[in-house]
Design a protein around this ligand. Structure first.
Ligand code: ACO
Ligand code: KIV
Length: 516
């Protein structure tokens, strides 16, 4: 296995993400975490760009000993001098100096001829080598540069003392096949290439930064430059975690590996996301919240039988505690029964599972994700309420408007099996529902207490209603759970009535038994 050096640029190119500006403490915290992650090189900033960046690069360079710390410099002696001041006390000071090599950059941005660019780059590398033990030269916009010009400048900066040559895809333009061919070309045509390592630094403008970095490795790159969560200028850099995990999982194909401590990946990603304020999308590979979540019934069933059916990366590999089975509208019975067991329901009958699964599917149609608390509520209803089911709500419709009298229409299965339809008005929607139930039961019912709470947070949370009602001389509490507040209110009321009727039936049974 070939070792690939990981050059992290979260603190330099990553900080160039529009809207991101890290203070001293934040940069140092990320620097320490990158060392824990095991990155070979940490590009801590651009020392000549500001006093703050200078101080942060200096602090990280002084503090970090297990990674080599570097800073970026233009091809100017004053930038190199400032970088030396920031990095000189580090364990392995290294300079990253760059100059553009593409026709468009040389002509319009730098106003230099190709010969002047070569001359200037060589001078800077020689100057830097008088201080730094290790110098990396980047040919900015290499992927839009003439390959033979790249060969020429590379040979000369290697002769001047550069030991790493970076060929960046500065504007995210190249394709995987092209970059692989370009690296192969450089390996085959640069006469002194054995004295230097080649590095790839890819941007994601066309969404190919990770694919291009891996293709560069196939073409012979010894180093990849990347950022945590793929942050960076414009659409960002290649994402470090995706490259590292791809090399780990597909080492059989790439025949290459990194020395990263992969189980620090998730923690590093979370830190960078929190500190930069750049949220990681849920569906982001490796570190997104959904990366180890399974929602559909067929996938969940496969996972329960054998994890490798649908999981090529174990969550533990990158420091995520476990995968997640999300119960939602696409889930099936296998995952549902597994969840019941996990929640401690070991002795459920097939009939119970069937009924609760039906209620779960109905809820999942209305709610994005069914939580453990929701399932507890459904099971509580099943366990406690099916035994007292005298009246059973079948459907409910409420008509409410600020200028109308609220009207409710309910369909309820009565204790004798008859399906009754009734309607009534009220001063509010809940009262209209309760007046309708009173008509169906055919007896005076008084509401003594009414309380409502949501079971989980969010707009689509389940509502739980608690009531106390009085029917003739008897009082009973009732509880109802539903996605809708009015349905939960109706269920709670009917539940209380059913309890009173059950109590009466039990009393009668006892009296009859006593008589016998
Ligand atoms: C591809 C990349 O990501 S490169 C890194 C980009 N990162 C940054 O630019 C962040 C930090 N930059 C800064 O803080 C500032 O741009 C500074 C301090 C570096 C320079 O600021 P200023 O002196 O105000 O110059 P400004 O940024 O406007 O222009 C850049 C100048 O550097 C020149 N330049 C650009 N690249 C290089 C280079 N590699 N070597 C030498 N000069 C360069 C430009 O031609 C321009 O020169 P000019 O003023 O003679 O036209
Ligand atoms: C300075 C270089 C490496 C760079 O950031 C780029 O070309 O994108």
């Amino acid at each position: 296995m070939r070792k690939i050096n990981v050059f992290d640029t979260t603190l330099r190119d990553g900080e160039q993400s529009p809207g991101v500006s890290l203070n001293f403490e934040e940069k140092v915290e990320i620097g320490k975490q990158l060392e824990r992650l095991g990155t070979d090189i940490i590009e801590a900033g651009f020392p000549a760009s500001s006093k703050g960046d200078f101080e942060a690069v200096k602090r990280i360079s002084d503090l970090v000993s297990d990674s080599s710390v570097t800073g970026l410099s233009r091809s100017l002696q004053k930038d190199i001098d400032v970088s030396w001041e920031a990095l000189k006390n580090g364990a392995e000071p290294r300079l990253h100096v760059f100059l553009a090599t593409s026709p468009v950059h040389m002509k319009y941005k730098l106003g230099m001829t190709p010969d002047q660019v070569v001359e200037n780059a060589v001078e800077s590398v020689k100057y830097a080598r008088q201080r730094f033990p290790k110098v990396q030269f980047s040919a900015e916009d290499a992927c839009r540069s003439d390959w033979d010009f790249l060969v020429r400048i590379t040979e000369q900066v290697i002769d001047a003392g550069a030991e790493v040559i970076n060929l960046p895809d500065t504007v995210g333009y190249i394709t995987p096949a092209e970059i692989q061919e370009m690296f192969t070309y450089m390996k085959e045509n640069v006469r002194n290439i054995e004295k230097a390592n080649l590095s790839a630094h890819c941007h994601d403008d066309l969404g190919m930064a990770v694919a291009n970095s891996l293709a560069a490795v196939e073409g012979g790159a010894d180093q990849v430059e990347c950022a945590i969560n793929g942050i960076g200028e414009r659409a960002g850099n290649a994402s470090l975690e995706e490259i590292a995990v791809a090399l780990h999982i597909r080492g059989d194909y790439y025949k290459a590996k990194t020395d990263l401590t992969l189980n620090e990946v998730k923690r590093t990603s979370a830190l960078v996301s929190r500190v930069t304020g750049m949220q990681v999308p849920n569906n982001k590979a490796v570190v997104g919240d959904n990366a180890f979540a399974h929602e559909s019934g067929i996938h969940q069933d496969g996972m329960l039988k054998e994890k490798s059916t649908y999981e090529i990366i174990t969550p533990e590999l990158v420091g995520v505690s476990s995968n997640r089975m999300v119960l939602g509208k696409h889930s099936g019975r296998h995952a549902f029964v597994e969840k019941l067991k996990e929640l401690g329901y070991h002795n459920t009958t097939e009939e119970e599972v069937k009924r609760v699964f039906t209620a779960f599917k109905a809820l999942a149609d209305k709610k994005k994700e069914v939580s453990d608390e929701d399932i507890f509520a459904l099971m509580t209803e099943e366990k406690l309420d099916s035994s007292t089911a005298h009246y059973e709500l079948q459907s409910l419709q409420v008509n409410y408007g600020t200028h109308n009298i609220p009207t409710a229409a309910l369909t309820v299965a009565a204790p004798d099996g008859e399906v009754v339809e009734e309607a009534a008005t009220g001063s509010g929607s809940v009262e209209a529902v309760y007046n309708t139930i009173e008509r169906i039961v055919g007896d005076a019912i008084t509401l003594k207490d009414y309380r409502i709470q949501s079971i989980t947070g969010g707009e689509d949370a389940l509502a739980e209603v608690f009531v106390t009602v009085r029917l003739n001389d008897e009082e009973a509490p009732g509880r109802g759970t539903a996605h809708d507040v009015l349905e939960a209110s109706a269920k709670a009321y009917i539940h209380a009535v059913n309890r009173i009727l059950s109590r009466r039936a039990e009393g009668m049974e006892t009296a009859e038994t006593l008589e016998v």
